[in-house]
Design a protein around this ligand. Structure first.
Ligand SMILES: [Zn+2]
Length: 174
């Protein structure tokens, strides 16, 4: 997370979590109303609040330090299976490369559905797009990257179809 110590603002990789606005798994920033942790897209939908919260975070800041995860003033939060796939509370939908929509079952099998239902408080959903994952894949599957995923996560991503068998083998063979 990003924190302010005296007049230095430490911006660090936030790790991924569930956006408090749209339920998507993404890198979050505390720029929602009352400091809600939200994704970039949701932040851009209400730029006024984002600007206001960003302003609050950066008040009196003389120096901004971008941390890469090492020497992080806070422990880097690592993503686990429950955070990525909160089956207990959410219905999870994924899209792959075939323009179809799948509902993900708890055993990580998937079934095709016609569309993604509207999310509501009673029916919270998580939607994960492979195309979006592909964007960050280079870093996530790079053994030498600070953002590389755990082997456990790689296996889960492989099961749901986001990482090919070949990519998984390459990532694990060290
Ligand atoms: Zn969001």
């Amino acid at each position: 997370m990003s924190i302010k110590i005296n007049d230095v603002f430490y911006v660090s990789p936030e790790g991924e979590d569930i956006c408090e606005y749209c339920g998507k798994i993404a890198e979050l920033r505390p720029y929602g109303k009352n400091g809600a942790n939200i994704c970039y897209e949701c932040g851009m939908k209400d730029t006024e609040t984002t600007q206001e919260m960003l302003g609050k975070c950066a008040v009196g800041v003389k120096k901004v330090v971008i941390s890469t995860g090492h020497n992080n003033p806070n422990e880097k939060k690592s993503i686990n299976k429950e955070v990525l796939l909160p089956f207990g509370t959410h219905t999870i939908y994924i899209t792959l490369d075939d323009d179809k929509i799948y509902k993900l079952n708890e055993d990580l099998s998937r079934e095709e559905v016609q569309d993604i239902p509207q999310a509501s408080r009673e029916n919270p959903i998580v939607v994960m797009h492979k195309a979006q994952f592909d964007y960050a894949k280079g870093n996530k599957l790079n053994k030498f990257s600070d953002f590389k995923m755990s082997e456990e996560m790689a296996k889960i991503y492989n099961k749901i179809g986001f990482i090919s068998d070949l990519e998984l083998v390459k990532f694990l063979e060290y």
